[in-house]
Design a protein around this ligand. Structure first.
Ligand SMILES: NC(=O)c1ccc[n+]([C@@H]2O[C@H](COP(=O)([O-])OP(=O)(O)OC[C@H]3O[C@@H](n4cnc5c(N)ncnc54)[C@H](O)[C@@H]3O)[C@@H](O)[C@H]2O)c1
Length: 357
C-alpha cells in the first residue's frame, strides 16, 4: 500500500451503495478492495470501474482478507451496529448510513467503540450536501435572520405508499427500527441541527401506520409494521419551537424536504427539489422597511457558492482520514439525532414530552 492509498470496502450492495462507491471511490488514492452482501454476487450492481474488486457473501471474511482502511455500511438499519463494530475491530474507519442505529444504546456503543479504536466515523446525512441548505446555514450563522424564533419542516414522499412498490425491509420494524420517522424524520432532525446550529432539548410526537399490509415481490401479502406518518414538536436551544411532519404516503409528493426558519429580522426556506435556490423573506437589510407582500424574493445562490464546497458526505471522510480539516457529519451527529428519535419513541408511547439529552 502506498502511503496515500486508502483501501476501501462496502458492506450492503443495494441502492445507496452505488452512491458511496461513486463518491468515495472517486476520491484520489482510494482503491476498492472488497464488496460484501448476503445475496448472490452475480446479482449486484457494481460500477464498471470496480467490477474486478473481490466479492464476498461474508463481511467478516472480507474484512480479514482485504484489510480495508475505510468501510461503508450500506445495509438495512438493523445491521449498522454489528457491521460498524466489525469494521472498527478490524481497524477501519466507517462511513455508515442513516439512521446510525436502531436504538440510542446501540448508537452510544458505536460512538464509544469508534473513540476507543481511534478511527473516524461518518454518517451519510446527505442533505448537508445540498448547496441551498449550506447557504442557509451560512446566512443564519452570519446573523441575516437575527435571533431565531421558529422552525418548520416537512418531508413528504409517496413511493412506499404506491401499490407498485413492493413490501421491503423498510416496512419491517425489526429491520428498519422506524418508518417515516427514522427514514425521513432523521434527515429533518439533522437538517434542523445543521442549518440552525441549535440543539434539541425536548420533544413530543405522534406516529401512525396508514398502510396495514403490502404485497412483496412474489405477490405475498405482508404486514407493514413501521409507521408511515409522524408529526412532532421540539423545543430547541433557547426555547425556539420547531414543528415537523413527515409521511411516506402523500400522493403527489416525490421527495419533498422543505425547511423554513424565522428570526427576528427575516425568514428563509430551502427545498430539496431546488438545490440552488433560497426563499429569503426580509433579512437584516430588507427588514428596515414594512411590506404587504409575502412573496418576497426567491434568490438564486451565488453562482460560485456550490463550487467552493469540498466533497460532500459520504466522501468528506476521505480527506478527514488524510488529516485535512474538513467538516462532515460524524457519529456524534448520528448519536445526537438518534437521541431525538429515541425520545420521540418514548413520547409516542407515553403521550408526554421527553428530554433528548
Ligand atoms: N442517506 C440517504 O439519503 C439514504 C438514502 C437511501 C438509503 N439510505 C440508507 O441506506 C441503507 C440501505 O438502504 P438501501 O436503499 O440501499 O437499501 P437496499 O435494500 O437497496 O440495499 C440494502 C442491501 O443490503 C444487503 N443486506 C441485507 N442484509 C445484509 C447482511 N446481513 N449482510 C450484508 N448485506 C446485507 C441487501 O441484500 C441489499 O443489497 C439504509 O440504512 C437506508 O436508511 C440512506
Amino acid at each position: 500500500m502506498s502511503a496515500s492509498e486508502i483501501r476501501y470496502a462496502v458492506i450492503g450492495m443495494g441502492g445507496i451503495a452505488q452512491l458511496h462507491l461513486t463518491h468515495i471511490a472517486s476520491q484520489p488514492g482510494v482503491k476498492v478492495v472488497g464488496l460484501a452482501d448476503i445475496t448472490d454476487p452475480k446479482t449486484w450492481r457494481v460500477p464498471e470501474a470496480h467490477a474486478a474488486a473481490a466479492r464476498f457473501q461474508d463481511a467478516e471474511k472480507m474484512m480479514r482478507e482485504t484489510r480495508p482502511d475505510l468501510v461503508s455500511v450500506c445495509t438495512p438499519n438493523k445491521h449498522h451496529h454489528p457491521f460498524t463494530l466489525l469494521a472498527l475491530r478490524h481497524g477501519a474507519h466507517v462511513a455508515c448510513e442513516k439512521p446510525l442505529a436502531m436504538t440510542v444504546a446501540e448508537a452510544e456503543e458505536m460512538e464509544a467503540a469508534r473513540a476507543t479504536a481511534g478511527r473516524l466515523g461518518g454518517i451519510n446525512f446527505s442533505y448537508r450536501n445540498v448547496a441551498a441548505f449550506r447557504f442557509a446555514r451560512e446566512l443564519i450563522a452570519g446573523g441575516e435572520l437575527g435571533r431565531l424564533t421558529r422552525v418548520n419542516t416537512v418531508y413528504l414522499q409517496s413511493f412506499l405508499g404506491a401499490p407498485a412498490t413492493p413490501y421491503s425491509w423498510r416496512n419491517d420494524v425489526t429491520l428498519a427500527g422506524f418508518g417515516a420517522l427514522g427514514d425521513l424524520g432523521v434527515h429533518m432532525i439533522d437538517g434542523v441541527r445543521f442549518v440552525t446550529g441549535l440543539g434539541f432539548q425536548r420533544v413530543v410526537g405522534l406516529a401512525q401506520r396508514l398502510i396495514a399490509e403490502k404485497p412483496d415481490a412474489a405477490g405475498r401479502r405482508q404486514a407493514v409494521t413501521t409507521d408511515t406518518n409522524a408529526a412532532f414538536l421540539a423545543e430547541l436551544t433557547g426555547g425556539v419551537v420547531a414543528t415537523f411532519e413527515t409521511t411516506q404516503v402523500a400522493p403527489g409528493y416525490g421527495n419533498y424536504f422543505r425547511l423554513e426558519v424565522s428570526g427576528e429580522r427575516g425568514t428563509l426556506a430551502v427545498h430539496s427539489d431546488h438545490p440552488d435556490e433560497i426563499w429569503l423573506r426580509a433579512g437584516a437589510t430588507l427588514t428596515r422597511y414594512a411590506t404587504w407582500r409575502t412573496d418576497l424574493p426567491l434568490q438564486r445562490l451565488p453562482t460560485d457558492f456550490a463550487g467552493r464546497q469540498g466533497p460532500g458526505t459520504p466522501a468528506a471522510i476521505v480527506p478527514a482520514i488524510r488529516g485535512e480539516k474538513v467538516e462532515y457529519p460524524t457519529f456524534a451527529d448520528g448519536l445526537a439525532a438518534q437521541r431525538v428519535l429515541g425520545a420521540l419513541l418514548d413520547s409516542m408511547q407515553s403521550g408526554s414530552w421527553q428530554k433528548t439529552t
